[in-house]
Design a protein around this ligand. Sequence first.
Ligand code: PHE
Length: 355
Amino acid sequence: MVERIEEIEVEAQAAVEAADSAAELEEVRVRYLGRKAELTGMLRGIADLPPEQRGPVGSTGNKVRKGLEGLIEAKVEALRNAELEQSLAGDRIDVTLPGSPARAVGHLHPITRTRRLIEDVMIGLGYQVMEGPEVEHDYYNFTALNHPEGHPARMLQDTFYVDTDEHVEQVLLRTHTSPMQVRAMESAPPPLFMIVPGKTYRRDSDATHSPMFHQVEGLAVGEGITLADLKGTLLAMLREIFGPDREIRMRPHFFPFTEPSVEFDVSCFRCGGSGSLEDGSRCGLCKGIGWIELGGAGMVDPNVFGFVADSGYDPDSVTGFAFGFGIERIAMLQHNVGDLRLFFDNDLRMLEQFS
Ligand code: PHE
């Protein structure tokens, strides 16, 4: 019987060795050490054995039993460690850690920053900010803005037309934000005070022109609004942007949709408007003129009100002013950037200077 116990020991050791999961190991334990196991039965039956066999069977049996218990316990521990190791290796991504390598937080594009500055200033003056379509009807971009048939701005070489089968030369990329003057008046009765920042498109490309650029339109309509109000508004806006010492001037100009029309300039913030620097040399920013040209403006032409008379804009009772200028031009002046195209080349060495 002692021999049989030794056979069981060898068999059980091999089974423990072969088990490679906790479940399998438990099965082995039940098979060799459980209540119905052969060894357990032998130990339980010791009393029935002839006296001379009781000692050897009892001691061998108990020794084997203890040995197997220790072996199984050690194997359980080893399996548990291996499982942990495996799950750690497979679960290596810790989503709570920062990305690798950590990315610096970006910042707004300089054109966006300048646009927001202008918006803030104009909201402070009581204007609302509106947006409109970049793909526009000829009607809003030209016709309702009093551009006569055959106006040069309508020519193919100046304007990007969108080819649609039904509307040949009637749909285009807006060449200015002024079409929103008409759309805004169609959408709400006077008094109206609004600005429109947005993208505009022209077939131009050089250091100070890009086929896509940004404008801000301004429109104020009500009773008794005059050119003096226009001048005061532009002055307030430009002093916020370029400093409290700035002056402005308006020069006669022509736009089809304003009458009278002006171009407006701001006094040079480098030379203070004198045209020359402290050492007596000519100011490079304003080229010795003392003024920097910024945009166009004027009193809304009564013909334009005529297109929106049904929306409450009676040309005989309301007046208003409008202005428009390029955001890039303002940003170039703010940051002393010489080539407008640099804003859109997406060269980080350029853009990161504005962080
Ligand atoms: N839309 C004109 C331009 O792009 C500027 C302008 C706006 C002029 C409003 C007068 C009034 O040149």
